[in-house]
Design a protein around this ligand. Structure first.
Ligand code: HEC
Ligand code: HEC
Length: 391
């Protein structure tokens, strides 16, 4: 009985396969049968940059227009086809040694391209050394250096590191190229992006960088309110009183009763594009993570870390290079009462006597700053299909 059933199944399935392969003679292998890609590529290049990112009204050192900090190299301008290829590579688990991890495993769209785990998990279930970083606004970082310790000199250099990291993806670049070559949809995507089918690690790096540079935030509640006023200090009509008060605390200098957060989370991309890494007093002494000092052996940078963009910060918890703070309340409480007298503590977090600042904020003021930080959430980034998983 069983044999007969199996036999019948074989006949049926053989005829099924035959009829399919006959049909496929007429249907060229189509990337979209495996990949969910639009017929024409999404628009990654023609971004409607608001006035407050193209014109600077902020005063003080390190303030300029976000677009003046564009780190796109002339050798790798973003194209819609290049970013499309980058998107596919970003979500491709076959580019890790056991097929379990993609870039997107630790840079999750719904979590602001960061990871809600304190430490991320690599292909072999080992933990990364540091907390994952958001990829939003990477393009507006004039220094162009990447990682918490800024050890990668360019984004093009950075994006090849995770493949080769023994914890993250565990590959050699040659293996990455082979695994890309072995998937039938890539030659067409490379041709669309770069004009030929040839697959190299250089082109993989370029495409991934284009995709990441396309992730810029222009449509948070902050951006909507900001578009209706001339300077950020004016109250926004779309903000609650608490959000407006938090905004005022964030922007105003300490001398004027504010908290000077904008001094380091600078420009209206809320990133520190030129001054770069600094020490924000998390620890009295640096022990197991020496920050930028590990990349450049200059004692001034011992315990200094890159200042990430605050766009979508609500979604990228936990916070800091080691993910030590679970909530934004804890972060603001750190600046309020927890700043440590590290030898390299930034002067902007000291009081006039050179001691770590104590801001004496009320609970309401802490809530206000947190509420302001939440206006930087840009759900266009977390919802836009052009940044989503194409597999
Ligand atoms: C297993 C988790 C994991 C995977 C997989 C992973 N990353 Fe990361 N990523 C991290 C962590 C952790 C950091 C911070 C590491 C550090 O600073 O030492 C980071 C940092 C970055 C940064 C630096 C951001 C900045 O502002 O400096 C970029 C860009 C980035 N990753 C892109 C990628 C790309 C592209 C891939 C895939 C090729 C990838 N990541 C794969 C965990 C991961
Ligand atoms: C002296 C420069 C400086 C000032 C002033 C400053 N910050 Fe920071 N901020 C940093 C640095 C550096 C980091 C990353 C530190 C690390 O992870 O080791 C950071 C991290 C953060 C983070 C977490 C980012 C993430 O992705 O994990 C938040 C939120 C934040 N700051 C908010 C604020 C607020 C609010 C203020 C004002 C009360 C402020 N900062 C003032 C330098 C500064």
């Amino acid at each position: 009985m069983k044999t007969i059933q199996l036999f019948a199944f074989l006949i049926l399935s053989t005829s099924f396969i035959t009829s399919c392969s006959e049909e496929s003679d007429y249907t060229p292998i189509n990337a979209s049968s495996i990949l969910n890609l639009p017929e024409a590529p999404y628009n990654y290049t023609d971004i409607n940059i608001p006035n407050h990112l193209s014109n600077n009204v902020l005063m003080g050192m390190g303030q300029n227009a976000a677009i003046d900090n564009d780190n796109t190299p002339t050798t790798n301008p973003t194209t819609n086809e290049g970013a499309t290829l980058g998107r596919v590579l970003f979500y491709d688990k076959n580019l890790s040694t056991n097929g379990t991890i993609a870039c997107a495993s630790c840079h999750i769209q719904a979590e602001g391209f960061s990871d809600s785990r304190v430490l991320s998990i690599g292909f072999d279930i080992a933990s990364t050394r540091r907390h994952s970083m958001s990829l939003i606004n990477a393009r507006w970082y004039a220094r162009g250096r990447f990682f918490w310790d800024e050890r990668a000199a360019t984004l093009e250099e950075q994006v090849l590191e995770p493949f080769q990291d023994p914890v993250e993806m565990g590959m050699t670049l040659a293996e990455v190229v082979t695994n890309v070559q072995n998937q039938e949809f890539y030659p067409q995507l490379f041709t669309n992006a770069f004009g030929t089918e040839e697959i190299t690690s250089d082109k993989i790096s370029k495409a991934l960088s284009q995709f990441i540079r396309s992730i810029v935030s222009v449509s948070s509640k902050y951006d909507t309110g900001r578009a209706t006023v001339n300077i950020p200090n004016t109250n926004f009509a779309n903000f609650t009183p608490s959000e407006n008060n938090g905004k005022s605390l964030f922007f105003r200098p300490k001398a004027a009763g504010g908290l000077s957060c904008i001094g380091c989370h600078s420009t209206e991309a809320f990133i520190n594009p030129s001054a770069g890494a600094t020490n924000n007093g998390l620890d009295l002494v640096s022990t197991d993570d020496l920050g930028v000092f590990e990349a450049i052996a200059n004692p001034q940078f011992l315990g200094a870390f890159k200042v990430p963009s605050l766009k979508n910060i609500e979604l990228t918890a936990p916070y800091m290079h080691d993910g030590r703070f679970a909530t934004l309340q804890e972060v603001v409480e750190h600046y309020n009462s927890g700043v440590q007298d590290h030898p390299n503590l930034s002067n902007s977090l000291k009081d006039p006597n050179g001691m770590p600042q104590r801001l004496n904020l009320t609970d309401q003021q802490i809530t206000d700053v947190v509420n302001f930080l939440k206006t930087l959430t840009d759900t266009d980034i977390t919802a836009d299909p052009k940044f989503s998983d194409p597999f």
